[in-house]
Write a protein that binds this ligand. Structure first.
Ligand SMILES: Nc1ncnc2c1ncn2[C@@H]1O[C@H](COP(=O)(O)OP(=O)(O)OP(=O)(O)O)[C@@H](O)[C@H]1O
Ligand SMILES: [Mg+2]
Length: 112
């Protein structure tokens, strides 16, 4: 199993959710986060030496999927979330050791 974390623009959340639903991905977690990438949010030079770094609102979407579906999910996320502008976001992929459905002890992919 793989955990795919996608940090996306908040205004893309609905489109991304619909796209994942469209390929049969059910479970997911959404977090409201703040962050910055290479542009460090909005940078202001102050007296030529100081600068302020803003952390911009982003959405982090976490989804655990069978490893065989990871590429498809990543492709779907990219297609739905991309505008082509700075700040479109980033995807990080992790190995997942186990998943357990608390209600009935389902394990592994059966728990997703
Ligand atoms: N290396 C990183 N580690 C953790 N989070 C990151 C990292 N890079 C970006 N993020 C998160 O992703 C969000 C969006 O990043 P962003 O798309 O601006 O990346 P970028 O590298 O600056 O690319 P671009 O040049 O397209 O803007 C950030 O606000 C931050 O929350
Ligand atoms: Mg950026």
């Amino acid at each position: 199993m793989k955990k795919i974390e996608a940090i996306i623009q908040p205004h893309k959340l609905e489109e991304v959710k619909e796209a994942l639903k469209g390929i049969g991905i059910d479970g997911m977690t959404i977090l409201e986060v703040r962050g910055h990438g290479r542009q460090k949010g909005h940078k202001e030079i102050y007296r030529g030496m100081e600068y302020q770094v803003d952390l911009l609102p982003k959405i982090k979407l976490e989804v655990v999927v069978p490893a065989t579906r990871a590429d498809e999910v990543i492709h779907t996320l990219i297609t739905a979330a991309r505008t082509g502008k700075l700040g479109d976001g980033k995807i990080f992929v992790f190995d997942v050791a186990e998943a357990i459905r608390i209600r009935n002890d389902d394990r592994g992919e059966a728990a997703l």
